[in-house]
Structures are given as structure tokens and as C-alpha cells.
Design a protein around this ligand. Structure first.
Ligand SMILES: C[S@@+](CC[C@H](N)C(=O)[O-])C[C@H]1O[C@@H](n2cnc3c(N)ncnc32)[C@H](O)[C@@H]1O
Length: 255
């Protein structure tokens, strides 16, 4: 069994988690990619959780029309209550079903920290195929996940897996999120290799597949300064030189 994302205890704790590293080394990298893409209007946030990513994205440009979906009712409830925005449509989905979205209707799809929560290869393939269907030709998919090559590192806000342990594709893996003045929120994730993500994207017929693994050292000095001020950071953890996350970028083949 993976993490109980439908339990209010888990969703509330996740909502309280300070996602500063995810923001600095993940979401902002995705947002730069989105800002660089021309004529972006319709964006799907798949597995939006409590709306922390969608809310930030919606604030960047009022012309973005965001559909943010999740299979956990308590997550969608928090998102609707705490992170309501005119240009976000939060929706509860079941069985990975996006049938309310037309073929070729989305300019961009983002999927942040969701694949690591899916236990079966087959289900991941189906989610990616459904995302391919709803993307417009030349539309972009951006996947953000924990870095499978960063096991056991002590990042400022979390630890990914057990130090020294070797994981195989599909193995269960715990993620330890540090929450201020409370015990860690321990998530029961799954370990998927970089090669597995690549094979799923290729099989779904994505093209121009690339990856990036940002660290504090790969950011510009200006971005590091902005991040320090925004989050009141005085000292970095292992994220200084080791990438906590991996980002996959892929394009829907023109038809
Ligand atoms: C770690 S949270 C990430 C939330 C958000 N994307 C973020 O980065 O803050 C993972 C979320 O993915 C959702 N999720 C997992 N598998 C899903 C699936 N197959 N379909 C829709 N949502 C899913 C969970 O309910 C949970 O809200």
C-alpha cells in the first residue's frame, strides 16, 4: 500500500510541509519552461494535491486557464477552500479518467510528485497515454519527481529513501518530509528509474525527451539570492551540489 492520500491526517500534514526546495528547484524550473513556450493558454495540473503548484502558476499569468485534478477528495477540498483562483478549475477524478477533457485540448501538462505515488507500471503507462491524448500536437509534458539517484541525501526539508539502501524499479521507498515542530511525514512512495520514465514516454510516442537535475549551484546567482530572501534561508543542505529532483520534458509529436 502506498501513501493514504485520501486520509485527512496525511493531506493536512502535507499541506503544512514547507515545499521551498520543490519550489526553488522544481516548480520554478517548470514555470520558466512554460513562460518560454509560445501561446500557452490551457494547462493541466495532474495530481494537484492541495493546489500549491496550481496557485503559484495561476498567479503568473491571468490568461492561463488551469484545470487541476486529483483523485483525493480531501486534497481537492483543501485546494478549493485554501487556494481558490478565478483561473483554476479544481476537479476530483477517479480511475485516471480525463474523459471530460477533449483530445488535443491542452498546451501544457504538468505532473508533480505523482508518478512516485503510483504502484504499477501499467497504471503509469495509462496515465501518460491519457495525458498524451489531451495534449495538443506540439504541446509539452513536464514531469517533476524525486530524483531516483539521490537516495539518502540530507536535503534541507526532506530525505528520499534510506541511506545506503539499493532500490530496484517498482520497489517501495519511503520519503521523509520534515515538518516544523512535528514528527516527519513519512510517505510510502515507489522507486522508478530514469530509464523507466524514458521508456514510458517513448512508448507513448513523445518526442524531444530531455531531463534536467537542478541544484543550488546550477541556479543563477540572482535566483539563489531571491530564493534565500523568499524563504529566509541561511544555510543549504545537500541540495547545494546534489539534485533532489528530476524533471522530464517531452513534446507531443506533431500529427
Ligand atoms: C505528493 S502529492 C503532490 C501534490 C502536488 N502535485 C504538489 O506537488 O504539491 C501527490 C498527489 O498525487 C495524487 N495522485 C496520486 N496518484 C494519482 C492518480 N493516479 N490520479 C490522480 N491523482 C493522483 C495524490 O492524491 C496526491 O494528492
Amino acid at each position: 500500500m502506498g501513501t493514504s492520500w485520501k486520509s485527512s491526517d496525511v493531506t493536512e500534514k502535507f499541506n503544512d510541509y514547507n515545499d521551498m526546495l520543490e519550489d526553488i528547484l522544481g516548480f520554478q524550473v517548470l514555470f520558466d519552461e512554460i513562460k518560454e513556450s509560445s501561446q500557452v493558454h490551457h494547462i493541466l495540473d495532474y495530481g494537484c494535491g492541495p493546489g500549491k503548484v496550481a496557485e503559484r502558476l495561476a498567479g503568473l499569468n491571468e490568461n492561463y486557464q488551469i484545470v487541476a485534478v486529483d483523485e483525493s477528495k480531501s486534497m481537492v477540498d483543501i485546494a478549493k477552500n485554501d487556494r481558490h483562483k478565478e483561473n483554476i478549475d479544481y476537479r476530483l477524478i477517479t480511475n485516471d479518467n480525463l474523459s471530460f477533457l477533449e483530445d488535443n485540448s491542452m498546451d501544457i501538462v504538468i505532473i508533480c510528485f505523482v508518478i512516485i505515488n503510483i504502484s504499477s507500471e501499467e497504471r503509469i503507462r495509462n496515465v501518460i497515454k491519457e495525458i498524451y491524448r489531451v495534449l495538443k500536437p506540439s504541446g509539452k509534458l513536464l514531469i517533476l519527481d524525486s530524483n531516483p539517484n539521490a537516495i539518502g541525501y540530507e536535503f534541507s526539508t526532506f530525505r528520499n529513501g534510506v541511506k545506503g539502501k539499493t532500490y530496484k524499479n517498482g520497489d517501495k521507498k519511503q520519503q521523509f518530509l520534515h515538518i516544523l515542530n512535528r514528527p516527519d511525514l513519512v510517505l510510502d512512495d515507489y522507486y522508478w528509474t530514469r530509464e523507466f520514465y524514458m521508456s514510458v514516454l517513448e512508448e507513448a510516442r513523445f518526442s524531444e525527451i530531455g531531463t534536467c537535475e537542478p541544484t543550488i549551484e546550477t541556479l543563477t546567482a540572482r535566483k539563489v539570492e531571491q530564493a534565500k530572501q523568499k524563504y529566509n534561508v541561511t544555510k543549504w543542505g545537500d541540495e547545494k551540489g546534489q539534485a533532489p529532483f528530476i524533471i522530464f520534458k517531452a513534446k507531443k509529436t506533431d500529427i
